[in-house]
Write a protein that binds this ligand. Structure first.
Ligand code: G3H
Ligand code: ZN
Length: 277
């Protein structure tokens, strides 16, 4: 069933576990993420980024599919708008029935990020929607990796108090869209942020982190773990293998189906890593 993001994240905090938030690009990803969560018997957060919405040209077709997948799922599934910079898109997601949004003001200076995030948080809370924001830019979104970025715990606590957000994405050594899983996380900083910040922490750029790193991050106090690139790697490898084996087949369902099956297996595996406690 479709549940609120706050329920899934709150449940993970209570059990001192991580929760998986996986980015979908198209229907095969959405189905695979839900299949993987059902196989793991774990709740899951389905995410659509503003970039993915731009790829489709509109939110409603792919967002409606995500909500339908969630409602039909055999495990609790929440639907989240990821890395939104457009307030118009935030409003559309709220109207469509998304349970949460991440407003990404991380490229703004501190005061501008506080002002913009506070406004979005008020709008979302007035509509019963959970809000994540980011402080201390996690690099890599533009292809430029910046694993050296760090969020200051004192500033993070102040940011949360001044904006009223429900969760905070922090920079602790990861970077978006890494193709190797060798990011070195700063576990001491995660623990310091966990102690200083009263809301759940979110790890972005998690595809660059090893299984041990993910488990260590959760043990140190990270809760929501966002994973995108790793699923795309697995999808593309399986789809291209299938296509190379049978280049004469023209029905995309063959190779898309191979990609979908591989993503479901990887989601199940990653949820197992995040639930270790
Ligand atoms: O918001 C999405 C995540 O931060 C995904 O990052 O592609 O490096 O896994 P990733
Ligand atoms: Zn991210």
């Amino acid at each position: 069933p479709l549940v609120s993001t706050g329920d899934i994240v709150g449940g993970a905090v209570a059990r001192r576990r991580g929760c998986g938030a996986f980015n979908a690009i198209q229907l095969e990803h959405l189905t695979a993420i839900v299949d993987g969560a059902e196989a793991a018997d774990a709740p899951v957060i389905l995410q659509l980024s503003q970039n993915a919405v731009r790829y489709h040209g509109a939110l409603a077709p792919v967002g409606g599919a995500a909500l339908a997948e969630a409602r039909a799922a055999g495990v609790p599934v929440a639907v989240h708008l990821d890395h939104a910079e457009s307030r118009e898109l935030v409003r559309e997601a709220v109207d469509l029935g998304f349970g949460s949004v991440m407003f990404d003001g991380s490229t703004l200076d501190y005061e501008a990020n506080v002002r913009a995030t506070r406004e979005v948080a008020k709008y979302c809370h007035d509509h019963g929607v959970w809000v994540e924001a980011e402080l201390g830019e996690v690099g890599g979104k533009d292809g430029v990796h910046a694993p050296g970025a760090r969020t200051d715990p004192g500033e993070a606590a102040k940011f949360v108090a001044n904006t009223g957000v429900d969760a905070l994405a922090v920079a602790v050594g990861s970077s978006h869209a890494m193709l190797t899983r060798d990011a070195a996380l700063d576990f001491e900083l995660i623990a310091a942020l966990h102690a200083a910040v009263p809301v759940p922490l979110v790890l972005h750029g998690s595809s660059g982190v090893s299984d041990e790193g993910l488990a260590g991050a959760v043990a140190a106090g990270m809760t929501k773990v966002n994973i995108a690139t790793q699923l795309n790697k697995v999808f593309t490898a399986a789809a291209t293998d299938d296509w190379r084996e049978h280049p004469e087949r023209v029905d995309p369902r063959r190779y898309l189906g191979a990609g979908r099956a591989a993503v479901a297996v990887e989601v199940r595996r990653l949820l197992g890593v995040l639930m270790l406690g």
